[in-house]
Design a protein around this ligand. Structure first.
Ligand code: ATP
Length: 252
């Protein structure tokens, strides 16, 4: 076993899409109990990396372990410990929220009574209870994020992997999601999430990795990565500063 002490361990993960190298050999250890932010600009390879880490996308090279369980070898055990909220909506969206949670619970072989009780609690806490019979396809973008988080939490995972959980979420819902995740980590869970939003990462995270052009450029605790600067300054330096100023658009 590798990464025995890490909630998530990645070694040499790599992926190419035809001529485009999306991820070029990512190593990462996400300590158990950490709140980990994976920062990177558009197209850096965050979604590709997280998809390979959780078993949604087969890497060309490299391996991933969830609490010591090989994601591609001991798949069932790894997936039992793992809650995933993928980017975009890969939900069965012709169901209402309660039906979607019930379906997820049954797919995981959970006791229907437990699923029913947890689904009610999750829908209430995430302020989705009032959506009643509204189909998930008709949810707003923020509501879709919240039902995605509920699906990820339903089976009580030890590690949550969330792709852009705060994207398109209003400030009230964002605060709610932050509270839930903070409680989850305080209770012994581990979270890794991707984001472009420095403030969220700075406020929440104990650890940060900055990914650019498919490779990890900086990694460590928030204090180590930030030093005596703001995270944004470090990010801009790592990713490459602005080259255009906007002044080029003279016709505007
Ligand atoms: N299925 C695919 N086919 C071809 N190219 C892809 C595919 N998925 C991703 N890519 C390319 O791989 C690179 C990394 O994409 P990825 O979605 O992982 O980045 P990201 O950091 O999540 O970006 P964003 O913040 O914009 O969501 C991009 O150049 C993207 O165009």
């Amino acid at each position: 076993m590798t990464g025995e002490h890490a909630a998530l361990a990645l070694r040499g993960l790599a992926k190419r899409f035809e001529t485009k190298i999306a991820v070029r050999g990512v190593d990462l250890d996400v300590p158990a109990g950490s709140f980990y932010g994976l920062l990177g600009p558009n197209g850096a390879g965050k979604t590709t990396t997280l998809s390979m880490a959780v078993g949604l996308l087969r890497p060309d090279h490299g391996r991933a372990w969830v609490l010591g369980h090989d994601v591609w070898g001991s798949t069932t055990e790894a997936k039992r410990l793992l809650g995933v909220m993928p980017d975009g909506v890969r939900l069965f969206d012709r169901l209402n929220g309660a039906e979607l949670l019930a379906y997820n619970g049954l797919l995981r072989g959970m006791d229907p009574q437990v699923v029913d009780q947890r689904a009610h609690e999750l829908l209430d806490v995430l302020a989705l209870g009032d959506a009643g019979n509204t189909l998930v396809v008709d949810y707003s973008a923020g509501m879709k994020k919240k039902i995605g988080l509920a699906c990820a939490l339903l089976h009580g995972p030890r590690l949550l992997v969330l792709d852009e959980p705060f994207e398109a979420v209003d400030p009230v819902s964002a605060a709610l999601i932050r509270d839930i995740l903070q409680r989850y980590v305080a209770g012994g869970g581990t979270v890794i999430f991707s984001s472009h939003v420095m403030e969220v990462v700075e406020r929440l995270c104990s650890h940060v990795a900055i990914l650019a052009d498919g490779a990890i450029k900086r990694v460590g605790t928030l204090a180590e990565v930030r030093g005596d600067r703001s995270l944004e300054e470090v990010f801009v330096e790592v990713v490459g500063g602005r080259t255009a100023t906007g002044a080029e658009l003279a016709w505007l």
